[in-house]
Design a protein around this ligand. Structure first.
Ligand code: ADP
Ligand code: MG
Length: 721
């Protein structure tokens, strides 16, 4: 009964592991120090919670946030897992009580803050006990290179020395290769076992819409999510106050959150949100750390975030429970100017970095064609290869027809050239439109042959064209003034008088169709679901815990889909383990039975979701054909795709645990020397094969991604049993 799968279903009620959970758990059970990097909502907690139930001794979890410790312990207790936390929020009596639990060996998990861990009181408590697993949550806090460095985390290594027999596990959702290295070194990991999950969050529908009338647009979105939790991020405290006051006056259930509020108010607002007492939080980016709420259904960015990293972290707070969630960014160029203004007040490196970050998010927001997931995941060094994610605005919109934009493009490019490649897009457009403003006159640009030749387009259309030329690689943009210059591609095209195809913006951009929700959504009875939710809320309030601690939304949806009538059927529902079935089961069964009887609905059998197979997916087909003897060449011809696409499919096939035929045709695809190959293999040994960017960096960019993809496959096919 001590195997991870059994505990997953029996205690936690879940059918199957999320990606990498099982690998991480097995590695820890084999007493190997483990670093796991998984996105928010990836399910990191189970990675130590399941081993803690298998190990004989205590599991100590170091966590930087007091609010998270409480939340985790509440959730664990609901699952029937004995656990406590020790931190400064407890009264002296509570603290002593919890110490006693630990001393008597009654708990499996102990959560502590790093500064608490090193107090003599705790050290003497632990020295008398068997500690089998030492877990460091939010492990990026160890590193000064991380975004949230905590000096106390540096001392954790002292603890390691005191428990040489405990296996150590570090978990984080954000870690560049430098931070990962720092974590390993600081913790003195003996063997390097690193697991890096994909950062793609498939259940998030990602969308950017032009900001026109933001308050109305926000209300339109939240009206679609009646009674469902959401977060609205604003740029400043004032905007937060204004928007939340306005929405409140319109009858929405909303509270503000920002660093300018009294501590007590902030805590109260956050708590009300977590407990489903209020529906919406309007916040600055101060909100989110330390929130584990799994059923956030939408995240709206009322203003442009400062970086892709921050943006991804913020939208990551939606849909932790794996159910569909909606992320909308309202974008306007005015926000870019505003951020630029603030950046202008910085200096040196800080300024340079801020500009780079801003440029990246602007490129992302203005891209109307490519899958949103590509640049987001790329930013984290991950290649996203699916042609169509079918869960972002760009993948769901009808393709915009390309038109011949050669003439305006030529005008723009030659104007850039004639102005000596020293100016940004705004000034170039001024020249094209024949402006005689001070700057144009000062530089004598009213004398250029391109002055005033662009009257056929509006300023907005010219700016849109400029951004397209930039993203199509005809222009480069550099420095703090966003200076434009021509690329070789542009020079070639101009010289050969080649045509350029692109999108000519209409005066108003056509509103895109709303993304369809991900397929295969569960069909459930909304009426029963609402009743079950109310039941859950009442029980939660009585117990003084957040509703999701009792059951997640998914569990209630399944109840409203399968109408279980008995404990036995209830145990099959996702999220219902033994203890929860006993503790809460009867109360919910009563509601379901009554509803079923009055609506004459019978119980429906629930099939196991355990073996959702991958067959029928393109990469599986490609992998199987390859193993059957087809070469990369013939697969390219068969699917009419590039070598890279085939290589990506094969890598995915191999990384999904399939064996790959050893073939000499792969070697023919690269001319990398044996020495370099060995060096790259050594890097794969160290950091795994999930992402290529860190490998690329480690090789100082000496090898192309194309080469690395081939080498990755050679590595994967060589390193399998
Ligand atoms: P992280 O710490 O990585 O952000 P959590 O451990 O808090 O994520 O998990 C997020 C949510 O996903 C939790 O509500 C958790 O119960 C749920 N969850 C985790 N693993 C699974 C699984 N294998 N099946 C179903 N739900 C899961
Ligand atoms: Mg976590």
């Amino acid at each position: 009964m001590d195997n991870p799968e059994f505990i997953l279903k029996d205690t936690f009620g879940y059918d199957s592991f999320r990606p990498l959970q099982k690998d991480v758990i097995e590695n820890v059970l084999a007493h190997r120090d483990t670093l796991a990097v998984m996105p928010t909502g990836g399910g990191k907690s189970l990675c130590y919670q399941i081993p803690s139930l298998i190990f004989e001794g205590l599991t100590v979890v170091i966590s930087p946030l007091i609010s998270l410790m409480k939340d985790q312990v509440e959730q664990l207790r609901a699952f029937g897992v004995p656990s406590v936390f020790l931190n400064s929020s407890l009264s002296p009596q509570e603290y002593q009580e919890n110490m006693d639990y630990v001393k008597r060996g009654e708990v499996k998990l102990l959560y502590v803050a790093p500064e608490t861990l090193l107090t003599p009181r705790i050290l003497s408590l632990l020295s008398g006990l068997r500690v089998d697993l030492l877990t460091i949550d939010e492990a990026h806090c160890i590193s000064e290179w991380g975004h949230d460095f905590r000096p106390e985390y540096r001392q954790i290594v002292e603890i390691r020395k005191k428990f040489p027999n405990a296996v150590c596990m570090a978990l984080t959702a954000t870690a560049t290769s430098r931070v990962r290295q720092d974590i390993r070194q600081t913790l003195k990991f003996t063997s390097t076992n690193e697991f890096i999950a994909s950062f793609n969050r498939e259940n998030l529908f990602i969308e950017v819409i032009p900001k026109q009338d933001p308050t109305r647009q926000v209300m339109e979105i939240i009206d679609r999510y009646k009674d469902q939790s959401g977060i609205i991020y604003c740029f400043s405290r004032r905007q937060v106050d204004d928007l939340s006051a306005y929405l409140g006056s319109k009858g929405y259930s909303v509270r503000p959150y920002h660093a300018g509020l009294e501590d007590a108010d902030r805590r109260r607002n956050q708590e009300a949100f977590i407990r489903d007492d209020v529906q919406i939080i309007v916040a600055t980016i101060a909100f989110g750390m330390g929130i584990n709420k799994p059923n956030v259904r939408f995240v709206i960015h009322h203003d442009l975030p400062k970086s892709i990293e921050g943006y991804y972290q913020e939208i990551g707070r939606a849909g932790r429970d794996g159910l569909p969630a909606h992320c909308v960014l309202l974008y306007s160029y005015a926000d870019v100017s505003k951020l630029n203004y603030f950046i202008g007040q910085k200096e040196g490196d800080e300024k340079r970095v801020a500009i780079e970050h801003l440029n990246a998010i602007v490129r992302y927001a203005e891209d109307e064609h490519n899958c949103r997931r590509k640049p987001l995941l790329n930013y984290f060094g991950e290649t996203y290869t699916d042609k169509n994610c079918s869960n972002c605005d760009n993948c769901n919109s009808a393709p915009t027809p390309l038109t011949d934009i050669t003439v305006p493009a030529q005008k723009f490019l030659s104007c850039v050239k004639r102005a000596d490649e020293k100016f940004g897009a705004g000034h170039i457009v001024d020249i094209l439109l024949g402006s005689k403003n001070e700057k144009v006159l000062r530089w004598g640009h009213d004398k250029l042959s391109t002055h005033g030749i662009g009257g056929e387009l509006t300023r907005k259309q010219w700016m849109h064209l400029a951004r397209q030329l930039l993203s199509m690689g005809y222009l480069k943009q550099e420095g703090e003034y966003h200076t434009l210059s021509l690329t070789n591609k542009a020079l070639e095209t101009l010289r050969k008088r080649e045509s350029i195809f692109g999108v000519m913006q209409e005066a108003e951009r056509i509103k895109k169709a709303d993304g369809k929700k991900k397929a295969a959504e569960l069909e459930y009875h909304r009426g029963l679901f609402a009743i079950l939710r109310q039941k859950r809320k009442d029980m939660a309030d009585e117990a003084g815990i957040p509703p999701y601690v009792i059951f997640p939304d998914r569990t209630l949806m399944e109840m409203a889909a399968y109408f279980p009538q008995s404990q036995e059927s209830l145990l099959k529902i996702s999220g219902v383990g033994q203890v929860k079935a006993r503790q809460y089961g009867e109360a919910f069964l009563e509601v379901i039975r009554e509803f079923s009887a009055s609506h004459e609905i019978n119980e429906k059998p629930r099939e196991s979701h355990r073996d959702k197979s991958d067959s029928g997916r393109r990469y599986v087909l490609v992998g199987e054909l390859y193993n059957g003897g087809e070469t990369v060449q013939s697969l390219m011809a068969r699917y009419q795709v590039t070598t890279q696409t085939i290589l990506d499919h094969l890598a995915r096939f191999a990384m999904a645990g399939n064996t790959l035929r050893k073939g000499s045709d792969l070697e023919g695809l690269t001319s990398v020397s044996g020495e370099q190959t060995q060096a790259v293999f050594a890097v794969f040994d160290e950091i795994g094969t999930a992402m290529l960017k860190p490998v690329f960096d480690k090789m100082d960019g000496m090898l192309s991604y194309d080469d690395l993809k081939v080498l990755r496959l050679l590595y994967l096919s060589a390193n399998q049993e």
